[in-house]
Design a protein around this ligand. Sequence first.
Ligand SMILES: Cc1cc2nc3c(=O)[nH]c(=O)nc-3n(C[C@H](O)[C@H](O)[C@H](O)COP(=O)(O)O)c2cc1C
Length: 244
Amino acid sequence: MNNVTSVSEAPEAVEALSSLIESRRAVRRFRDDPVPEAVIRHCLELAALAPSSCNLQPWSFCVVQNPTLLHELRTVCLGQSAAKAPLIIAVLARPDTWKQSCADILKFWPEPSVPPAIERFYKKTAPFQYNQGWMGWRGFLKRQMLRFMSLKQPVMWTPNSVKQMRLWAVKSTALAAQNLMLAFQSYGYSTCPMEGFDEVRLRKVLPIPGDAMPIMLLAVGLPGERAVYNPRLRFPLEQHVLWY
Ligand SMILES: Cc1cc2nc3c(=O)[nH]c(=O)nc-3n(C[C@H](O)[C@H](O)[C@H](O)COP(=O)(O)O)c2cc1C
C-alpha cells in the first residue's frame, strides 16, 4: 500500500495544480519590471526538487539579469521577441558532473551517517554505470558485456556511451526546467522556453563549460500586452495515449 491520496480526496490540491498548469502559456512579450532575487532563488530551489536519475541532479542554471548580457542574448536568440525579457535563465544539462555529484551525495547525505548500501551505490555502482571512459571506450566494453548478459537476464542498456550520457542528462534537466516554469508561474511571472538560439554565439556570451549542454534559454518576466500569440492547441488525448 502507498500513501498516494486519491483525486477525490484532494480536490484542493488538484484544483491548484490544474489551474497552475493550465495558466502557463509561452509568453512572447514581457514587461521590463525586474524579477526579485528572492523569487528567482525560490523558483530555482523548486526546480531542483525535480526527480533526477539516481538523484545525480545533472543540471545547472545561468541566471542572466545584467542588461548588457541580456542585450547580447537577444541577438543570440535570433532577435526573437520572447528574448526581450528582464531575466533569461540558461538551462544546462550536465552529462559531465556525475562524478562530483556521487561525492556530493555522500557529503550532503541528510542523516548523521550514510547507509552502507548508499555508500556502495555511489562509490561503485554509479561510477560503473556512468563512467564511459576516454572517448567512450568503457561504454563500448560495457555494451559488449551487456549483449552477453542479456541472453540470460534483463539488462539496463543505457547510458553506455558518451552520446547516451547526453540524453541521460537532458531527461532529468527537462523535468527541472518544467518545475522552474511552473514555479515562476505560481509567483505570477510568465516564461517562454526557447531553443531558437545560436549555441556557438551563446558560448561566447556566457562561460558555459565545454561538456555542458544548453538545452533551452528560459525568458522570464511579467506578461506584457498581447503576451500570448495564439490560442492554446493540444491534440485529442486518444491521439497520443495508448491504453493497455
Ligand atoms: C523545447 C522547447 C523549445 C521552444 N522554443 C521556442 C522558441 O525558441 N521560441 C518561442 O517563441 N517559443 C518556443 N517554445 C514554446 C512553444 O512554441 C510553446 O510551448 C508551444 O507552442 C505551446 O504553447 P504553450 O506553451 O503556450 O502551451 C519552445 C518550447 C519548448 C518546449
